[in-house]
Design a protein around this ligand. Structure first.
Ligand SMILES: Cc1cc2nc3c(=O)[nH]c(=O)nc-3n(C[C@H](O)[C@H](O)[C@H](O)COP(=O)(O)OP(=O)(O)OC[C@H]3O[C@@H](n4cnc5c(N)ncnc54)[C@H](O)[C@@H]3O)c2cc1C
Length: 399
């Protein structure tokens, strides 16, 4: 029996476990520092109050118990990797592997050059951070209900996919709150800021246009070509001398891969993503794969693909299949990564989509996005429910 350690229980890690769990010759072991799988793609709804915590997080131990042959889950932080001994070093011990899939994703990167940004803003790539921001947003609304007046500016810094989705959902919620807050809702402003000259830099022009129109309708102000110099206690200072007062800041402007535990000999790009071969291996280590946001994944033309859940799942599926094939002595073709399309949630029942060359926005796009999300969520929720039944029956998980 060969042991496959899957490092990270995000979109990539879960997909890898799903594909490996049925193989009789393999013992998959999932490791994560957290006890839950965090659905970052849905966090915009949680922050704005349209989604509950159980719609964005699933217990990993229960999920692992939900397989026919329960999968072992280790809750621990990965702090090192010794490829010579084939050992993953954890904060509380070591874990040997025959194959390793690195799927540790990425975290928010606060640029050091912007003084005060890290201390004074919220990231949203961690549940704890999103939780904090969710409550901040609710607090603003509650205070208004209690009669507080005066302007509050919520600054969303970074107008990529996550920044746009968060700003749009908050804008939508403020429109709804208008019914109870009246004119006091108008004093809550949302400003989406980016250093580039457009929102959604690099994306399809249709998506950019649809998002800009919708944000405008929702009352979200756009501030592009705006380079932040520093963040003071109550104001953002821009390089061109502008100054903007803020109530609080959410930062979605950059990420860095969680690859610090890997040896220096493993090559990385400027975002800390591991450089992989066309077979998604670390060069010289056919037993180690790196997938999802933790790796620089390229399309067939050698262009890096954007870090998305879609690519995380596809790359993990490929790695899992490669491992199964290598046991049978056959080889996979190189990984052919490509995005099938993109959905952008734009507040309430509205989204924009670019899928297989079709472009559309509105309610239909929203329901399509919702369907994709529901299929994903129901899949892992059903398994976690099965795991709950197993745990209640007292069946051990480490088999
Ligand atoms: C607001 C928002 C909206 C988004 N919307 C979309 C969208 O609409 N479509 C889309 O495709 N993508 C979207 N994305 C991007 C998508 O969420 C990521 O690309 C995806 O999460 C990457 O999956 P992953 O498995 O590589 O990493 P992650 O999902 O980040 O999972 C990594 C896991 O590794 C664990 N881990 C990390 N370091 C360690 C360590 N040292 N020890 C132990 N465990 C560790 C973490 O706890 C985590 O569970 C969005 C992201 C955000 C923030």
């Amino acid at each position: 029996m060969k042991r496959v350690v899957i490092a990270g229980g995000g979109y990539a890690g879960l997909r890898a476990v799903e594909r490996l769990a049925d193989s009789e010759d393999l013992e998959p072991v999932l490791v994560d520092a957290n006890s839950y799988h965090f659905m970052q793609t849905e966090v915009y709804g949680y922050i704005a109050g349209t989604k509950e915590i159980d719609e964005i997080a699933i217990d990993l131990d229960l999920w692992c118990r939900g397989f026919e042959r329960p999968v072992r889950f280790v809750k621990d932080s990965i702090v090192g990797l010794d490829p010579q001994r084939r050992v993953l070093v954890l904060a509380n011990g070591e874990l040997e592997y025959d194959y390793l899939i690195i799927a540790t994703g990425a975290r928010t990167k606060f640029p050091e050059s912007i003084k005060g940004l890290r201390e004074r803003s919220f990231g949203i790539k961690r549940l704890g951070r999103s939780f904090g921001f969710h409550h901040k947003f609710e607090e603003v609304v509650k205070r208004r209900l209690e009669g507080e007046s005066g302007r509050v500016n919520i600054a969303v810094v970074g107008a990529g996919l996550s920044g746009v989705e968060v700003a749009a959902e908050m804008g939508y919620m403020l429109k709804r709150y208008k019914k109870v807050l009246g004119a006091r809702a108008d004093d809550i402003e949302i400003t989406l800021i980016d250093a580039c000259d457009t929102i959604l830099p690099g994306m399809d022009p249709f998506l950019i246009g649809a998002a800009a129109d919708r944000l405008k309708k929702l009352g979200v102000s756009l501030k592009v070509s705006a380079l932040i110099e520093s963040v003071e206690e109550s104001a953002i200072l821009f390089e061109n001398g502008d100054r903007m007062e803020y109530g609080f800041i959410i930062f979605t402007g950059g990420i860095t891969a969680n690859s610090d535990f890997t040896p220096e000999s493993f090559e990385k790009n400027g975002m800390g993503q591991l450089i992989v071969t066309p077979f998604l291996n670390i060069d010289g280590h056919e037993e180690i794969y790196a997938v999802g946001d933790a790796a620089q994944i390229e399309d067939p033309h050698g262009r890096p693909l954007p870090p998305t859940a879609q690519i995380a799942e596809k790359s993990a599926e490929y790695a899992a299949k490669s491992i199964i094939k290598s046991l049978r002595g056959s080889m996979q073709k190189p990984f052919m990564g490509r995005l099938d399309g993109m959905f952008i949630a734009l507040g309430g029942r509205y989204a924009a989509a670019e899928i297989f060359g079709f472009r559309f926005s509105g309610v239909a796009a929203y329901y399509m996005k919702r369907m994709v999300t529901l299929i994903y969520f129901l899949g892992i929720d059903l398994r976690a429910n099965a795991g709950y039944r197993v745990r209640s029956s007292g069946r051990p998980a480490d088999v």
